[in-house]
Write a protein that binds this ligand. Structure first.
Ligand code: NAD
Length: 350
């Protein structure tokens, strides 16, 4: 455990279960150097407990980096609920999860991630105040973070299209979107309004049909979506999509999507760079949601201010791409260095 790459000096890992509701899961706190560890809760039917542990550790570390680069006073953490295949997570399980979060006394602040909705987080909030992504308070921003995540990804695509393709708009640009859930669907709407041509895939056929109907999207199979003849590839489903098997087959020249942990390993970022594919570091481009979640939790920033902060992702990425071009260093290496520098300036608080 302690020497595994994914563990990477986590401050703490909590394995929890609740016999009455049948809840099982893990909370990982990577760093509280910059503030309480903030990151969503994912509900997934993992193929093994090891897979769940690996996922939560990588996600939680990613949150430390994400929050640091976004300039938020929050550390990095994440939770996974190990769902039984074919069964939804029950209200009683979300309430029990809230009790586990509460026992950490604010070291970890939870919110939505894959498989968890705003209504689910409202159940969690019955057991703990250390939860966000539910609703706005008065004139501060809040609620479902996914529209903000999607907008940040859209702004990141603008930056990448400019840097790699010399484009100042997205009119007629072909974009392949993998995953049409909360983030993917909102992103497609933004892209459609900007005149982009969409190629999409999801393991849920109804989600694809919806996109075909509303945004004229071309639907392809989940097996083929990464290898389309498009300018931009936008992964918005699960992690690990870029690996030694997939990278040689990619035809897009820009990768800019909302999914967490898109690179199976940092070496895969080097391989993309060597192929001349511009990769927008996932935790930089998908920070819109946590910017909103942090604003709700800390009660700082109006809705308008938060949208503006999210739009700033375009500028942040433009800076990273410019530095990459000037130095020849891959963008994910530049982003990691920036995150580590900011974290080094803080101190663990819990
Ligand atoms: P979601 O559960 O709403 O949607 C995920 C979608 O991906 C689902 O429609 C699912 O059917 C689809 N999917 C799963 N495996 C697939 C595959 N192999 N091929 C094609 N489609 C597949 O989740 P979400 O909130 O939209 O999150 C998507 C990604 O964005 C995740 O990696 C998440 O961690 C990341 N993210 C989300 C937010 C947010 O605000 N929700 C913020 C930052 C990062």
């Amino acid at each position: 455990m302690f020497s595994s790459k994914a563990f990477d000096s986590h401050e703490g890992v909590t394995f929890f279960s609740d016999a009455a509701s049948g809840l099982k899961g893990i909370i990982a706190i990577h760093s509280t150097a910059l503030g309480p560890a903030a990151g969503g809760c994912r509900a997934w039917a993992y193929e093994s407990e090891e897979a769940a542990l690996h996922d939560v550790l990588r996600l939680s570390r990613g949150m430390s980096y994400k929050n640091a680069v976004a300039g938020l006073p929050m550390g990095g953490g994440k939770a996974v609920i190990i769902r039984e295949p074919g069964k939804p997570v029950t209200e009683a399980q979300f309430e029990a999860f809230g009790r586990v979060v509460d026992r950490l006394h604010g070291a970890y602040v939870t919110a939505e991630d894959v498989g968890v909705s705003v209504a689910d987080m409202a159940c969690v909030a019955r057991s703990t105040p250390y939860v966000s992504g539910i609703s706005s308070h008065g004139d501060t921003a809040g609620g479902d973070p996914s529209p903000k995540t999607a907008y940040g990804v859209y702004c990141g695509i603008l930056a990448a299209a400019k840097a790699r393709l010399g484009r100042s708009d997205l009119e007629g640009l072909r974009v392949a979107v993998q995953g049409l859930g909360s983030v993917g669907r909102h992103l497609c709407e933004n892209l459609y309004k900007a005149g982009a041509r969409l190629v999409v895939a999801d393991i849920n056929p109804a989600a694809c049909e919806n996109l075909r109907e509303h945004f004229g999207a071309e639907v392809v199979s989940p097996e083929d979506i990464l290898f389309q003849d498009v300018e931009v590839l936008s992964p918005c489903a699960m992690g690990g999509v870029f690996n030694p098997q997939s990278i040689p087959r990619i035809r897009a020249s820009v990768i800019a999507g909302g999914a967490n942990n898109q690179l199976a390993s940092p070496e895969d970022g080097l391989a993309l760079h060597a192929r001349g594919i511009l990769y927008a570091p996932d935790y930089v481009i998908n920070a819109g949601g946590i910017i909103c979640v942090a604003s709700e939790y800390l009660r700082s920033g109006s809705e308008q201010e938060v949208w503006k902060r999210v739009a700033g992702i375009e500028q942040t990425l433009a800076g990273i791409f410019a530095e990459s071009k000037a130095s020849g260093t891959p963008p994910h290496v530049i982003a990691d260095a920036l995150a580590l520098k900011r974290m080094a300036g803080g101190q663990a608080r819990h």
